[in-house]
Design a protein around this ligand. Structure first.
Ligand code: PMP
Length: 427
């Protein structure tokens, strides 16, 4: 009962008992698990129950939890001091590593959260172009900066809020929201007002309305239109960067954005995020140019040590081949188990990310995603949870596999899933 006790106590001093909404299990119901420790592909809750973890801290834990090399690097860095407010060699190494691994990034600035990364990239795009209007896509989540909290995905989908209260209409009046994977609508919009648009921001693999892959045509058209109209193309790879491939979604799709936002994996579980891209654009940033952005803990030495070590580990030979193969095994296995049980379900994966859909087909649009069976997902979630498999507590989130999810762990997951699907069919 320790989870329940902690949740009751938490609600007395913290709104909803959590520090980020999805953690509260509002969408799936029930009591959130309070986590006490994690190792490899597992974590343990306050009642010592072990779970196979498929959220991986919502993306960062790509090499598995508490990887010994990451922990060692963090301990060594911490012993040298926690924060200086002055530059360090680690930040230089981190920037060099990011620029090496993501060819579209010529210069990069480190920040502490994905929200800061996208918010700053947006400001930079507006500052560099002198334009106000921006385009985003329904169901894509780019953090909680005011201008981007319009028809955003993730927790906002599960809470049923199309956006957030507390955001003045004046702050979002320059945000145009278009349909994901609708190439024609994008063409029409650019034809009408392309020269007024500062930037297009997109998740090239969308992970905040479950998992939806962009079509190559959609992204290629976006690249062409942005180039033609002097619009800055921002890929928000906070989730898919270093997750779907070593160079991110841009490497898979072979498209060069002007700016990229990164987060999650690059911090290896500590707060590091980044935005970067064309050097001529980055030259607009203070102290060189007039676009202001700063951070007391930006490039924090302990966080950078975790990030740098993680970036080294993911460059091991075959890392992404193995990660993709395991994730694919999981997705295929889930689909097969559902089919065997006669449950309408399908799954998809890309790199170390996967999606599960209680629907006949993998959705390609936000509208199709919203038609999937949320109630079935909720029941499935609890059947899995009760039997030691921790999935994202919402039908609208993607799942994450780590390099520590070996064959035995995937098989154990599929064994639990078989039972869960069978029970779903009965109930
Ligand atoms: N962009 C994307 C694509 C994300 O998935 C997220 C977080 N889930 C963010 C931005 C915001 O990152 P953070 O939570 O670190 O502020």
């Amino acid at each position: 009962m320790r989870n329940t006790e902690l949740f009751e106590r938490a609600q007395l001093t913290t709104p909803g008992g959590v520090n980020s909404p999805v953690r509260a299990f509002r969408s799936v119901g029930g009591t959130p698990r309070f986590i006490t420790r994690a190792e490899g592909a597992y974590f343990w809750d306050a009642e010592q129950k072990r779970y196979i973890d498929y959220i991986g801290s919502w993306g960062p834990a790509i090499v598995g939890h508490a990887h010994p090399e990451v922990v060692k690097a963090v301990q060594a860095a911490a012993a040298l001091g926690l924060s200086f407010g002055a530059p360090t060699e680690g930040e230089v190494l981190m920037a060099e590593e990011i620029c090496k691994l993501v060819p579209s990034i010529e210069q990069v600035r480190l920040v502490s959260s994905g929200t800061e990364a996208t918010m700053s990239a947006l400001r930079l795009a507006r500052g560099a172009t002198g334009r106000d209007k921006i385009i985003k896509f329904e169901g894509c989540y780019h953090g909680h900066a005011d201008a981007l909290l319009v028809k955003a995905g993730s927790g906002l989908l599960t809470l049923g809020n199309p956006s957030s209260s507390g955001v003045p209409a004046d702050f979002t009046k320059h945000t145009l929201v278009l349909d994901y994977n609708n190439t024609q609508q994008l063409e029409d919009t650019f034809k009408a007002i392309g020269d007024q648009i500062a930037c297009v921001i997109v998740e090239p693999v969308a992970g905040n309305m479950n998992l939806i892959k962009a079509t190559p045509e959609f992204l290629q058209t976006m690249r062409r239109l942005c180039t033609e109209h002097g619009t800055v193309l921002i890929f928000d790879e906070v989730m898919c960067g270093f997750r779907v491939a070593l160079g991110g979604a841009q490497a898979l799709y072979n498209i060069k954005p002007d700016l990229t936002a990164l987060g999650k994996v690059i911090g290896g579980g500590l707060p590091v995020a980044a935005f970067g891209g064309r050097a001529d654009l980055m030259a607009h940033m203070a102290p060189l140019g007039g676009v202001y952005q700063a951070g007391t803990l930006s490039g924090n030495p302990v966080a950078v040590a975790a990030g740098l070590t993680t970036l080294k580990l993911i460059q091991a030979d075959g890392f992404y081949e193995n990660l993709s193969a395991q994730t694919n095994k999981l997705a295929q296995g889930l689909s097969a188990a559902a089919q065997q049980a006669g449950v309408t379900f399908c799954a998809d994966s890309i790199g170390g990310m996967f999606g599960m859909y209680f629907a006949k087909q993998v959705p390609a649009t936000y509208a199709a995603m919203m038609e999937t069976d949320k109630e079935k997902f909720n029941r499935f979630f609890h059947l899995m949870l009760d039997n030691g498999v921790y999935l994202a507590p919402s039908a609208y989130e993607a799942g994450f596999v780590s390099a520590q999810h070996d064959d035995a762990i995937i098989q154990a997951t599929l064994d639990v899933a078989k039972q869960a699907f069978a029970q779903l069919k009965l109930s």
